[in-house]
Design a protein around this ligand. Structure first.
Ligand SMILES: [Zn+2]
Length: 208
């Protein structure tokens, strides 16, 4: 079963038979023999549910075009260098391109570029071997940290048990426009700019 949460869909997990009044906008409920109940709540209906044979997964229309899995062994400095070769688009846009790397969103790209000291407007093809290696290390670290702390709750995102995620408290630059840079200090506030319609947060001193 393939589940896509869309913009703000979420999965709630509880015990079967405990939910006499289903939550608003719950479109699908699965109950298991062991007594678990999973509900898909999707107020904006951008989500999707489909059944697909495991052997045909890679050819599914929502999966076929996806790029490298960032939490796999494929994520290495040389692999990133290959992806970025000849690519003149800003590194920020390249990292958000799901056809290159699957599953990186705006927050995690901003955080990765800051941690690696890379300016978001740099052309992807100009990254050095060292910078690609640093990114290949930072990206999975940030994703693993975010998963461990339950994700980032900005507006309405909550985890399956209804509690908020805690990764927003670990953001070093995202959403911190005007705050002192956590690396170089009060002299250089975090800036925000817009790239391809999305906010980018960065430190102009630390990110070259
Ligand atoms: Zn700084």
């Amino acid at each position: 079963m393939l589940l896509h949460l869309g913009m703000s869909g979420r999965l709630t997990i509880g015990r079967a038979g405990t939910n006499a009044t289903p939550p608003a906008h719950e479109h699908l409920v699965l109950e298991t023999d062991s007594g678990a109940r999973a509900g898909l709540v999707d107020p904006r209906r951008f989500g999707m549910v489909d059944l697909v044979r495991t052997s045909e997964e890679d050819r599914h229309r929502l999966l076929a075009h996806l790029g490298m899995e960032p939490l796999s062994d494929a994520m290495t400095g040389p692999a990133l260098a290959d992806l970025f070769r000849g690519r003149r688009s800003p590194i920020k846009s390249a990292l958000l391109d799901q056809k290159l790397i699957a599953g990186l969103g705006n927050i995690y790209v901003c955080e990765a570029l800051f941690r690696c000291g890379i300016h978001p407007e740099r052309q992807a093809c100009t990254l050095t071997k060292e910078e690609n290696a640093a990114l290949a290390e930072a990206i999975p670290q940030i994703l693993e940290q975010a998963i461990a702390s339950g994700g980032s709750s900005l507006r309405d995102y909550v985890q399956a048990d209804g509690t908020k995620g805690g990764f927003q408290d670990l953001h070093l630059v995202y959403g911190r426009e005007g705050a002192p840079c956590p690396n170089c200090g009060a002299g250089s506030p975090i800036l925000r700019m817009t790239q391809s319609g999305r906010s980018t947060f960065f430190c102009p001193t630390c990110q070259k």
